[in-house]
Ligand binder design. Structure first.
Ligand code: SAH
Ligand code: SF4
Length: 340
């Protein structure tokens, strides 16, 4: 029994060939899967009843289950999905009232090996990589469940996408070609895996690269992110510059603001200096409390002051709106478990 979700048009053609049907049937099935997101083969109403029966005998739509679905008061939806081997990941759908965009925040791994000190996912350790099919199934599940078409995908769920690069790149290609989501509407967020950033530069990636920097200097970054020991900020900077040079694309710098730790005027100045020669926008992320640790949310005053100082340095700065905190769907809160 084949699973249709995740198959390219060519792969669907193999099935229709076996059933002695035309390539046009494969195209219809492809549209039903990626653009109309049906939940059953019976909904593919432009196929004859007879052909649908033949197809049902050899294929099904999906083998992913929605284990838990939570809807936030702000409209954000969080899904806990279960794959056939019993492993679960979370996927979040965000809508913003003032925009037509529907953004899916997808996971790339079960757990994460990078183990940043502020992140709930890291606390679980690394379980396994997701295949590209498991990655795109997250978006298909959202589309099937809501009946809506996802317009943007961000790799900001569980996992470090650049440590599962092959599957992430293949998923991006399918988002682009099969879902018809433009490359610029895809964002890969990384904790800063230097060799893989160089690889993306060589591949001339036209999607958005977001770097989780989170600190203005080596000492603070070491405290927050162990990865700083392996790929220190100076090396990361070289990789970012190489990426900008080769792709011509502007990088997004993600900067978690934690009260009294990295939200001070001094930190803002140091950050501005570090970023002075990097073509980038800055996205400030007020820290979301997760489990037991000593980190605290920054005050609104310090967020605004930090934003002002970074803008003053000539960068475009946004403050990330918190989405879905009431259902633990906000950044860093994804654990991939039913209960804490
Ligand atoms: N592993 C990748 C992508 C997933 S995390 C990365 O780290 O970039 C997506 C974003 O959420 C990252 O910028 C991450 O640092 C941030 N994040 C993690 N924990 C958070 C928390 N408790 N509050 C706010 N943002 C958090
Ligand atoms: Fe992994 Fe990203 Fe969480 Fe760090 S912030 S532990 S890299 S998912």
């Amino acid at each position: 029994m084949k699973t249709l979700s995740g198959l390219t048009q060519k792969e669907i053609e193999q099935i229709t060939d076996e059933l002695k049907a035309s390539k046009f049937r494969a195209r219809q099935i492809h549209n039903w899967i990626y653009l109309k997101s049906v939940s059953s083969i019976d909904e593919m109403t432009d196929l004859s009843v007879k052909f649908r029966e033949e197809l049902k005998a050899v294929a099904k739509i999906s083998d992913v289950k929605i284990k838990v679905k939570q809807v936030s008061s702000d409209g954000t939806i969080k899904y806990l999905l279960e794959y056939p081997d019993g492993e679960c990941v979370e996927t979040v759908l965000m809508r913003f009232d003032n925009r037509a965009n529907l953004t899916a925040c997808v996971s790339s791994q079960v757990g994460c090996a990078v183990n940043c000190s502020f992140c709930a996912t890291g606390k679980r350790g690394f379980i396994r990589n997701l295949t590209y099919k498991e990655i795109i199934e997250q978006v298909l599940t959202i589309q099937r469940d809501t009946g809506l078409k996802v317009t943007n995908v961000v790799f900001m769920g569980q996992g470090e996408p650049l440590l599962n690069l092959e599957n992430v790149l293949k998923a991006m290609e399918i988002f682009n070609e099969d879902f018809q989501i433009g490359a610029r509407r895809l964002t890969v967020s990384t904790s800063g895996i230097v060799p893989q950033i160089n690889k993306l530069a060589d591949l001339d990636m036209q999607s958005t690269l977001a770097i989780s920097l989170h600190a203005p200097n080596h000492i603070i970054r070491q405290q927050l992110m162990q990865i700083e020991n392996k790929y220190p900020m100076e090396e990361l900077k070289k990789a970012m510059k190489n990426y900008v040079d080769k792709t011509g694309r502007r990088i997004t710098i993600e900067y978690l603001l934690i009260k009294d730790l990295n939200d001070t005027v001094e930190s803002a100045k140091e950050l501005a200096y570090y970023l002075r020669d990097i073509k980038c926008n800055i996205n400030l992320i007020p820290y979301n409390p997760t489990e037991k640790n000593d980190y605290k949310k920054p005050s609104n005053n310090s967020i605004m002051k930090f934003k002002y100082l970074m803008e003053h340095s000539g960068k475009k700065v946004t403050v990330r709106l918190e989405r879905g905190a009431d259902i633990d769907a906000a950044c860093g809160q994804l654990r991939g478990k039913v209960s804490a």
